[in-house]
Ligand binder design. Structure first.
Ligand code: DQA
Length: 162
């Protein structure tokens, strides 16, 4: 579909509100790694998986909806940490459902261990899956899961592990 070069996949990484403050923001909850460092780690891992990634952060719901709409036909997969919009945004959920780009939802913290209002995700029902609680490594796990899902779709094999 929209691969950068033969064999390569294209993935869009989206970070929601307040994630630009990572490193300073509640480090006891979110860790001390900054968003720039996370983007670099994702990019490094992505190259080993033959995935070309673009990373984008927005504090605004509309900015994220626009980015998802613009990804239509341009990206094979979406890796998203919707941050607080996870728990509030029908608009983000509808955008993901509209573009039908396979999406993996990630969270640094374990949202199911935290306040009750964080337990519900509007995104999870339209995502391939959700990874939560591994700090910055949630993104790396999410990238692997997304890549595996996309490659399996390209050439479906038995789901038995090799
Ligand atoms: C978060 C969890 C959300 O509940 C919170 O609003 C965030 C970050 C996480 O990565 O752990 O901003 O998505």
């Amino acid at each position: 579909m929209s691969s950068a070069s033969p064999g390569w996949l294209k993935a869009l990484v989206l970070h929601g509100p307040n994630l630009n403050l990572l490193g300073q923001r509640e480090p006891n909850v979110y860790g001390s790694v900054t968003l720039d460092e996370i983007d670099r780690l994702i990019d490094r891992e992505a190259r080993t998986l033959q995935v070309k990634v673009s990373c984008f952060q927005s504090n605004s719901e509309g900015g994220l909806v626009d980015a998802i709409q613009q990804a239509w036909g341009q990206y094979d997969g979406l890796l998203i940490n919707p941050a607080a919009y996870t728990h509030t945004s029908v608009a983000l959920r509808d955008a993901i459902a509209a573009v039908k780009i396979p999406t993996v939802e990630v969270h640094l913290s374990n949202i199911h261990q935290r306040e009750a209002f964080r337990h519900h995700s509007y995104i999870a029902p339209v995502a391939v899956g959700q990874i939560s609680g591994f700090g910055y490594y949630s993104y790396i796990l999410g990238l692997h899961a997304l890549t595996r899902h996309l490659r399996d779709r390209q050439s479906p094999k038995s789901e038995r592990p090799e």
